[in-house]
Design a protein around this ligand. Structure first.
Ligand code: GDP
Ligand code: MG
Length: 289
């Protein structure tokens, strides 16, 4: 807490301001600061370390209180391939996340296949193929402008035939209000369910942490039109706005399963509330210099 003068009223004002700056939302920032003020008094926290611990605990509580009974783990079929779809608007990091996660699971001993079902954007297939080559993982592709559902079908077939454990499906960045694209997503899901009726599927909504409140809006619309099973929050490395996790949690009750922390293949981690609280708080400290 080197950068905060002392634990006085100014300290709490600074804290509230920096929480707002970190995108936790104005109301949450106020509520959190009030609770912290009480808690610090109650626990008679005087040292900077004490206070820092109270703040981190409070953030973790706040995160967890919105997700009681929530399951943030990834689900895998006991046998046969598990399909993991990445959805989200353009540029949030879907393809990059597949590159990272496919390497993560391959290293964990899983057999992985990728399907390049973003046939909409020029270069999207090549981007996924490049990740496949880098990680030595097969990629199922279709021609440009092919029906994405047909690529999904081929991907599922390849995954079954080659006895893969996981099929990652890259999808087109769709505008959340574009009815056609949403229908396309449903069609993909129908095809997967038809071929693999009893398997769990993961639908990971990818959100860019740097887009702030806009990410919450996207999440709402996607949640309304697809069965999102979890969130990947990307680009947390480039922003002090990781606090956006709290409004996402408060308003959507969707678990954040992964966080993206850079562009490299290893820059991904399972979300952990305690680490998140610490890193958010860390950025608050450096910001308040
Ligand atoms: P898509 O359109 O959703 O598939 O997004 P891409 O995977 O193509 O990513 C868009 C851009 O964001 C690329 O330049 C990626 O390298 C970058 N990117 C993705 N994830 C991260 C991340 O966690 N941190 C940073 N700094 N950049 C990222
Ligand atoms: Mg992409």
């Amino acid at each position: 807490m080197a950068n905060f003068r002392s634990v006085d009223e100014d300290f709490f004002d600074d804290l509230e301001e920096t929480l707002i700056g970190a995108d936790v939302g104005a109301q949450t920032a106020m509520q959190l600061t009030d609770e912290l003020r009480d808690e610090v008094k109650l626990q008679n926290a005087k040292s900077k370390q004490d206070v820092s611990k109270v703040i981190v605990d409070k953030l973790v509580d706040l995160y967890r209180s919105q997700g009681v009974n929530e399951d943030a783990s990834m689900h895998f079929a006991p046998e046969g391939p598990t399909v993991i779809l990445l959805v989200g608007v353009n540029g949030v990091g879907k393809t990059t996340t597949i590159g990272k996660l496919s390497a993560y699971y391959k290293n964990a001993g899983k057999k992985v296949v990728l399907a390049a079902a973003d046939t909409f954007r020029a270069g999207a297939t090549e981007q996924l193929v490049a990740w496949g080559e880098r990680n030595d993982i097969p990629v199922v592709t279709g021609s440009s402008k092919a029906d994405p559902a047909s690529v999904v079908f081929d991907g599922v077939k390849t995954a079954i035939d080659t006895q893969a454990d996981i099929l990652f499906v890259d999808t087109a960045g769709r505008l959340q209000n574009n009815v056609n694209l949403m229908q396309e997503l449903s069609k993909m899901k129908r095809i997967i369910t038809r071929e693999l009726p009893n398997e769990p599927q993961e639908v990971l909504l990818t959100l860019d942490a740097t887009t702030g409140q806009n990410a919450v809006q996207q999440a709402k619309l996607f949640k309304d039109s697809t069965d999102v099973t979890g969130i990947v929050l990307t680009k947390l490395d480039g922003t002090a706005k990781g606090g956006i996790i709290l409004p996402i949690r408060n308003e959507l009750h969707l678990p954040v399963k992964w966080v993206g922390l850079g562009e490299k293949v290893t820059d991904i981690q399972p979300f952990e509330a305690n680490d998140f609280a610490k890193s958010l708080f860390g950025s608050l400290l450096t910001e308040s210099e």
